[in-house]
Design a protein around this ligand. Structure first.
Ligand code: SF4
Ligand code: SF3
Length: 543
């Protein structure tokens, strides 16, 4: 075995990638990611044991979030940027250690490496399998994957100027805890749930930041066809990058299209004022191999999910920014004031042909909590009259596995008196089906990006209030969630923390859940996998 990674849903055989990632991550990249995480644990131990005031640690706070984000599945494939990041984090760690000397520190807080070879050698003994006990390993990794998702959302909020240092502090506390061999399985289960508590906080923070900067998402028909101008495709989740790109392309004759998780940007009032914000091109991340070819213009990645490009021609059109990276692709850094200069992308766009049309028409979305609650009276009335029998939360991620056809079939077979609540790129499995409306309410209500699962929780909590129920689980809402990467892990932990029971998680349960941990989640929360569409529908509609 030359590497070990089991953090995403597509992990080899459902148990772990051991020679090369299904995602394209190679052995050395996997090891550098392991070492970066290990370094973050050491930094966290120094901060927690030394009781350091984190409001004085701006650089560390920022770079710990960035480091965690870089290791999310499909975010960054650039080994050179990992080497640089490890070097930088070790330098920060050593400064922190000198400013607050402590007697007993873990190796993670003190180890030294210099060359790339020494990094790889060290990485080989500090990865996931360094924790021998399967249950402790499972819980430690569940927490770490939740923290990766949390860090991504905290970084987006910080880019808008919003931060909650309690969240950063929790990240340090939890990372440090993964080094503590005195913690029992029960204590780590409690920490896993606390991770969900902070997941709710970070999603609320990002939701507030998005709404205060860009307005409340509203019901919007998004064009999925193309125009005749040269164009740039922007993907990922960072709306500040999008805002800067739209500003810099104003009046340039270059149109901007969204891909994948950037689609919900169209729902925000702040972006509707740009005439050249032309529409959404294509589908979820994994379709990019074909869709980037037919798009023909430059592509800007603001976050995951990158699929290694198959041709030089496409690679030369891909740009990365933020925590993302891919070898051979131009990376655009922010200036000291946070501004990014996208002029190289714009100049390239002008030399390339407009996108080839792959579909036409519109899709509707923009049903975040504000918009749904504006319809609350209509919804309560529809539920009370029996016009709507049940809501299905089908949120989460999409992915390449053939078994994900389940979600399209599930949406198609749902009775006509049910409504789908969605968020994240999972929606592409059913957002172009003609599922119709119930009394003017669309049968697919898309709240937005994966972080907007928070909106779905707010909607559920408000409906609970409106129906005067004691428990969120008494609502006619069923949860059938699809996951892929680590943002889905923090969303799941957040839902568990909010008390949501009987979530079905698919297309497969996480390989990082040991049988014992999966058993605890099943007993405590009724968390379970999926079966066949017909069996699951019968089960859900019976509840
Ligand atoms: Fe495998 Fe997923 Fe890890 Fe990539 S991120 S190496 S596919 S488990
Ligand atoms: Fe999708 Fe990668 Fe997770 Fe934000 S873009 S949901 S998979």
């Amino acid at each position: 075995m030359s590497m070990f990674c089991f953090q995403c849903q597509e992990t080899a055989r459902g148990t772990g990638c051991t020679t090369r990632g299904v995602c394209g991550k190679k052995e050395e990249l996997a090891k550098l990611q392991d070492l970066l995480i290990y370094t973050l644990k050491g930094i966290s131990e120094i901060i927690i044991k030394g009781n350091l005031a984190i409001d004085t640690l701006e650089e560390t706070n920022k770079e710990v979030l960035n480091s965690l984000f870089m290791t999310i599945t499909n975010a960054n494939f650039d080994e050179a940027s990992f080497e640089k990041q490890i070097g930088g984090m070790i330098a920060l760690r050593d400064m922190l250690r000198e400013s607050a000397p402590q007697a007993e520190l873990h190796d993670a807080a003190t180890f030294a490496v210099g060359s790339r070879e020494s990094m790889l050698e060290k990485a080989a003994v500090v990865g996931v399998l360094a924790t021998e006990n399967e249950d402790l390993r499972s819980l430690r990794e569940t927490i770490i994957y939740g923290l990766k998702g949390m860090a991504a959302y905290a970084e987006h909020a910080k880019n808008i100027g919003e931060e909650d240092l309690q969240i950063n502090h929790f990240i340090y506390e939890a990372l440090a805890a993964t080094l503590d061999s005195s913690l029992s399985v029960d204590e780590l289960v409690a920490l896993t749930l606390k991770t969900g508590e902070y997941g709710v906080k970070v999603m609320a923070l990002l939701d507030g930041a998005h709404r205060s900067r860009f307005g409340n998402p509203e019901s919007t028909a998004v064009n999925i066809g193309v125009r005749k101008n040269p164009a740039i495709l922007i993907t990922g989740h960072d709306l500040v990058d999008l805002e800067q790109l739209l500003e810099q392309t104003k009046g340039s004759g270059v149109d901007i299209y969204t891909h994948g998780e950037m689609l919900p940007a169209h729902y925000y009032p702040a972006f509707k004022k740009y005439d050249h914000f032309a529409g959404n091109y294509g589908n979820a991340w994994w379709k990019q191999l074909e869709e980037f070819v037919s798009f023909r213009g430059p592509i800007l990645f603001t976050t995951n999910c990158i699929v290694p490009p198959r041709s030089e021609e496409v690679r030369a059109r891909i740009f990365t920014t933020g925590s993302t990276g891919y070898p051979g692709c131009t990376h655009i850094d922010a200036g000291a004031d946070g501004t990014k200069d996208f002029s190289e992308i714009i100049a390239l766009a002008r030399t390339l042909p407009p996108p080839e049309e792959i579909e036409s028409g519109t899709i509707r979305g923009g049903f975040a909590h504000n918009q749904v609650l504006a319809l609350a009276d209509q919804i309560v009335e529809a539920v009370s009259s029996g016009a709507i029998k049940k809501f299905f939360v089908l949120a989460g991620c999409d992915g390449r596995m053939k078994s994900r056809a389940y979600y399209t079939e599930f949406a198609e077979k749902l009775p006509r008196d049910t409504v789908i609540l969605t968020a994240g790129c999972a929606k592409y499995r059913y957002n172009k089906l003609a599922l119709g409306e119930i009394g003017g309410i669309p049968r697919v209500l898309d709240a937005g990006q994966c972080n907007d699962c928070y909106s779905l929780a707010v909607i559920a909590l408000k409906l609970k209030e409106r129906f005067a129920l004691d428990d969120i689980n008494e609502l006619p809402i069923a949860y059938n969630i699809a996951w892929y990467e680590q943002k889905a892990v923090i969303v799941l932990l957040a839902l568990l923390y909010l008390g949501v029971k009987n979530i079905h998680l698919g297309p497969t349960l996480p390989g990082f859940l040991s049988p014992t941990v999966a058993g605890v989640l099943a007993d405590k929360f009724g968390l379970t996998g999926i079966g066949t569409v017909d069996d699951d529908l019968a089960l859900f509609l019976d509840q």
